[in-house]
Every structure is written in C-alpha cells, then in structure tokens.
Ligand binder design. Structure first.
Ligand SMILES: C[S@@+](CC[C@H](N)C(=O)[O-])C[C@H]1O[C@@H](n2cnc3c(N)ncnc32)[C@H](O)[C@@H]1O
Length: 226
C-alpha cells in the first residue's frame, strides 16, 4: 500500500540472515574493538558526565534519536529517569531549540556524538542503563554493507554490555531477524523478532513508515550488562 506520506519499503538482494553474520559475531566475542575514539564525541561525553551524576536517576538511552522527538516522548513516559538522546547529525538535532549540546529539557538531555564512541565511553565509565532504544536505525540493505548494521558492527558488544532492556525497532524483517540472532548469540538464549502494531508513533520514522503501510518489527531483550 502506498500512502500520502509515502516511503519506500526496504529492498535488498538478501533473502535471509547474512551468511557472514555468525562469523563476525564470533570474532567480536573473541577480541575487543580497538579503533580510535572520535575526539569531538569524547568531549561531548565529558560534558554530559556531570549532568548524569547530578541527576541521580536511572538512565534511558535513545540511540540515534534523529530530531529528538522520541527522546521527549520517552522522557514523558519515564518521568523518574534521565533520558539521553544521542545523534551524530547536526542537521537532525538542529530541529531542537538547542543553543549548545548537551541540551536539557526537564528529564531529557540531547547530545551530539557518534555512537561508536559514545557506547564505548559509557561502558568504560561503568554506566548501566535501564532502557535502551534503537529506533529505526539505517538499514544498510546491500549485502556488502553488513558491517554498517549495528548488530554486525564491532561496537555491538559494547552497546549490549550497557545492560537493561534493549529495544530495536525497524521496518525490514531481515534486519530484525539478524538483530535477534546477534543478541541471542551474545546472551546465550533465544530472542525472536516480533511484529509491532503502533497506535502512537514514538518517532518521526515510525510515523512515516506506519503511515506508508509498512510492516514494523521489534526486538526486545533484557540483560544485566557486563
Ligand atoms: C533512520 S534515522 C532514525 C531517527 C529516529 N530514531 C527516528 O526513528 O525517527 C537514523 C538516525 O541514526 C543516526 N545515526 C546513524 N549513525 C550514527 C552514529 N554512528 N552515531 C550517532 N547517530 C547515528 C542518524 O544521524 C539518524 O538520525
């Protein structure tokens, strides 16, 4: 079905879970990722530290928050938490009335940072998160783009190590199945992707895909972190 606010479904030559995924995950389990950190994201993370300490609240991460609307919704849904929205895109975050980052509104705070550095620093700082959202990550649908998908990226063990309830939502079944497969491999128990019915969209991409008639999927897992 095509609707007014039209968006194309994900197209890929891939027919199922990528055959290289399991081998990559094995490699990531055996050795830590050592690529240098991104300096501006380190400075951004440093500026966030005092806010997190002062808040004394459990944390919710909205990883890849785009224009930040989902962070605001999550802050309403979790009023006793500090909800941190992180995105690397100045253009997307520029839709907020922020004069600088970190930018706070009540129990929400937004940060401009690259997640591949942010997750590693959060882990090194010993953070644990209560809820962790990855809403509609870029799908990277070409088979050759596998390692750009979060569950096939070397940073994946670091984001899982933050613990809590992790929820990934997307509009591509293969991404959802791969994500569930990767989480299962790390946590050592079966996790399945589920169909998602959305009444109140949590984010702009969720609204766009729902209004375009796409099937939506979610993968939810719980872990105590490492
Ligand atoms: C498809 S958009 C989804 C935005 C939002 N979550 C939503 O559902 O409306 C993916 C977002 O992930 C962000 N992103 C991709 N790679 C990132 C990275 N390495 N670090 C931080 N943000 C990243 C992009 O800038 C973009 O805003």
């Amino acid at each position: 079905m095509r609707a007014g606010n039209d968006s194309r479904k994900v197209r890929s030559s891939q027919a199922g879970i990528h055959p290289r995924l399991d081998g990559l995950l094995r490699r990531y389990r055996e050795s830590e990722w050592s690529q240098p950190l991104h300096s501006p994201s380190c400075r951004a993370f440093e500026a966030l530290g005092p806010l997190v300490e002062a808040a004394h609240r459990p944390l919710v991460l909205d990883a890849g928050c785009g224009t930040g609307q989902s962070t605001r919704r999550l802050a309403e849904r979790f009023p006793d938490h500090l909800v941190i929205g992180v995105d690397k895109s100045g253009d997307r975050l520029g839709k907020l009335p922020a004069r600088q980052f970190p930018w706070c509104e009540k129990n929400a705070v937004w940060l401009r940072a690259d997640l591949t550095t942010f997750w590693r620093l959060a882990r090194r700082a010993g953070w644990t998160v209560d809820r962790h959202f990855l809403l509609y990550p870029n799908p990277w649908p070409k088979p050759g783009q596998l390692q750009r998908r979060w569950h096939a990226h070397p940073v994946f063990p670091e984001l899982l190590a933050l613990g809590g309830e992790l929820e990934m939502r997307c509009n591509w079944k293969i991404y959802a199945d791969e994500f569930a497969f990767a989480v299962s491999r790390f946590l050592g128990r079966p996790i399945e992707a589920a169909s998602l019915a959305v009444d109140e969209p949590l984010s702009p991409f969720e609204r766009k895909y729902r209004d375009s008639g796409h099937d939506l999927y979610s993968v939810v897992s719980r872990s105590s972190g490492v």
